[in-house]
Design a protein around this ligand. Structure first.
Ligand code: ZN
Length: 401
């Protein structure tokens, strides 16, 4: 259904707190409890006892998503239909502002033999500082090819981002990275006629770059993959008729929400500065996305105790957030990152909705995966969350007579 036809604007405010990778699974070395079950989080438990609880499936059952698609889902966009290419995610991750005319690719410096055979796909993981200088040298010598602007941005170690900016570019191209050592670098192959021009530009770029890099001891080759344009998405503020603010310290999240049309002010580099910025701008928006990264980092490190600690640290901010009196306060994750797994997983995310109209709550419930699994909201797709939030905020009219 077209939600827009029943949306009505009002003054109510929705605060969506996404604790990245929040969910966990029982850990055998910690009494088969999850991080949320071990953590001392009185504020979150108190809130859970008067909130509707449930679980959200990030993308589809059994699918482990990256943070990009998992966030798209939370914002109500089908992440399978609107795939965000690796090149775009990489560009967003280093804080690069992409436009609709751009094609981005992930780049690697590599060590190659004179005949183009790859010896090391990561150029010995050259230090970031050294790699940065090589990127600068390339940029200095290559600024434009056949009317297409060439933009190079350094990443960590051997990584960089290549952006082509111009009219008539396409991302329907194969990678130049054969993914294995002992093979030769590949030419980009156009997958459709519209991509022929782009493929030619990239070939010329690589040729020039190899000429400039020929005396580099390690970084004398270039591998490109994940050519991608920004997906054509209806801006979030239009889709839901909301003034939307994104508060995120990490470039990827800031970049992704900027693509979706959120305002993305500088929110400092930690959660405390994020909350400060949120309070500053509270009166100017209706929808607030607030991102907390530490839960995912600890989970990725497989560090149970650390994840418990950062969940406890988050708990301390809850009273301050409640003081803002959001009409709808939602806490969930984008995907789970159980420390027992040490990476993202497919497990559904704990979900808490605190609002006057949220529905049945259980005074005994705590904010844990276990209690969320028994919650009133049931297990829903993350993609279906937005209409529920709008409804709780009184922003949806009756459908039909
Ligand atoms: Zn994530």
């Amino acid at each position: 259904m077209d939600l827009k036809e029943i949306i009505e604007k009002n003054d109510s405010k929705i605060l969506l707190l996404v604790a990245d990778g929040l969910g966990g699974i029982p850990h055998p070395e910690h009494g088969y409890r999850t991080e949320l079950e071990v953590a001392e989080i009185p504020h979150l438990y108190e809130l859970a006892s008067k909130s509707a609880l449930g679980l959200t499936i990030p993308v589809e059952p059994g699918i482990t998503p990256g943070s990009g698609p998992a966030h798209l889902s939370l914002f109500g966009y089908d992440p399978v239909k609107h795939e965000i290419g690796r090149g775009v995610l990489e560009a967003l991750g280093i804080g690069f502002h992409m436009t609709k005319r751009d094609v981005a690719a992930r780049g690697n410096f590599a060590t190659i033999k004179p005949d183009g055979t790859i010896i090391d796909r990561r150029a010995g993981r050259i230090p970031t500082e050294q790699s940065r200088k090589i990127v600068e040298k390339l940029q200095e010598h290559i600024k434009e090819i056949d009317g297409v602007e060439i933009i190079l941005k350094p990443g960590k170690e051997h990584r960089f981002v290549l952006v082509l900016r111009g009219d008539g570019l396409s991302d329907k191209l194969t990678d130049t990275d054969p993914q294995h050592e002992g093979l030769k670098m590949l030419d980009p192959e156009p997958l459709s006629d519209e991509a022929k021009f782009t493929a030619e530009v990239i070939k010329k770029f690589v040729k020039k770059a190899l000429e400039i890099l020929k005396d580099e001891p390690k970084a004398n080759g270039i591998l490109l993959r994940g050519f991608a344009k920004v997906p054509d998405l209806e801006p979030f503020p239009e889709k839901y008729q909301l003034r939307a603010l994104s508060i995120a310290a990490y470039p990827m999240y800031k970049g992704l929400t900027r693509l979706l049309g959120f305002d993305t002010p500088d929110a400092g580099d930690n959660f405390e500065t994020e909350v400060k910025k949120l309070k500053e701008l509270w009166n100017e928006y209706d929808f607030f996305y607030l991102h907390y990264k530490d839960t995912d980092k600890a989970g990725e490190d497989g560090d149970f105790e650390k994840k418990v600690k950062v969940i406890e640290a988050l708990d301390k901010f809850i009273p301050e957030l409640l003081e803002l009196k959001p009409d709808v306060f939602v806490i969930t994750g984008d995907h789970s990152t159980p420390s027992f797994i040490g990476g993202h997983s497919w497990h559904p995310n704990p979900l808490l909705i605190y609002s006057k109209y949220a529905g049945i709550f259980n005074r005994e419930a705590r904010f844990t995966e276990r209690d969320c699994s028994k919650g009133y909201l049931g297990t829903i797709r993350a993609m279906d969350l937005m209409p529920i939030l709008l409804a709780n905020a009184g922003k949806l009219k009756k459908f039909g007579a």
